[in-house]
Design a protein around this ligand. Structure first.
Ligand SMILES: C[S@@+](CC[C@H](N)C(=O)[O-])C[C@H]1O[C@@H](n2cnc3c(N)ncnc32)[C@H](O)[C@@H]1O
Length: 210
């Protein structure tokens, strides 16, 4: 599949950032045809991380891959066109987390891992509400996730973003936090590789429902 990535063309000009609050796409995913556990990669960019998950867990899992920037989402659709256990969505995944997962959970499917890898940090005070892991996202997730079997993996090189997210979660009070050092299964995202090569360190945590 790696070689497939080089064959798919991306448009030349793609905006660096999209204001998620301006995206009104409403996602309603009815779920997969079988109820294998789901892994979801939020903000997948060009799918480097998702692709490694799919390669490792294709026999046991289904996958949801999301990307707000439509050219990348279209690229991902093409990348995973032959993988019938991969569903790709554009739109704001934070606003749509219920629409993405609720139906599957209602049908008894385990959403096993929710990956939020190197999300856009949105540093300015007035932009913080654009962050993927925000208070609305947490409360939407809390209302659909049945128990601690669902793990939310949050990884970033941005220490202030990490610390503020920890604070948000602690104030929310409904999630256990476990910190960890090495990427799960040694699978690194594109951003992780780039940031490590620049000498940055990565902050990682797993959240699960209390
Ligand atoms: C810094 S990049 C990290 C990409 C990838 N996760 C990685 O670790 O290599 C953040 C990605 O998230 C996407 N994104 C930002 N906000 C999003 C949202 N609300 N819903 C879905 N994708 C989003 C961006 O377009 C971008 O591709």
């Amino acid at each position: 599949m790696m070689s497939q990535m080089n064959k798919i063309k991306l448009p030349k000009r793609i905006r660096n950032h999209v204001n998620p609050l301006a995206d009104r796409t409403e996602i309603k995913f009815g779920g997969f045809t079988d109820n294998r556990p789901i892994m979801i990669d939020i903000g997948a960019y060009r799918g480097e991380f998702s692709m490694q998950l799919v390669e490792k867990f294709s026999d046991s899992h289904n996958f949801i891959v999301t990307e707000i920037r439509k050219p990348y989402a279209n690229y991902l659709r093409e990348l995973f066109v032959d993988n019938h256990n991969v569903a790709v969505f554009d739109g704001d995944s934070a606003k749509n987390i219920s629409g993405l997962l609720k139906k599957s959970i209602e049908n008894g499917t385990l959403v096993e891992y929710i990956f939020i890898n190197f999300p856009d940090p949105w540093f300015k005070e007035k932009h913080k509400k654009r962050r993927v892991l925000n208070s609305q996202f947490l409360s939407d997730l809390y209302s659909i996730v049945p128990n601690s079997d669902t793990k939310i993996i949050f990884q970033t090189d941005q220490k202030p973003l990490f610390d503020e997210t920890v604070e948000l979660i602690e104030n929310d009070g409904q999630w256990d936090i476990e910190y960890f050092d090495e990427p799960l299964w040694n699978i690194q995202s594109y951003w992780e590789k780039m940031k490590l090569s620049e000498g940055d360190s990565v902050n990682r945590m797993i959240l699960s429902k209390k």
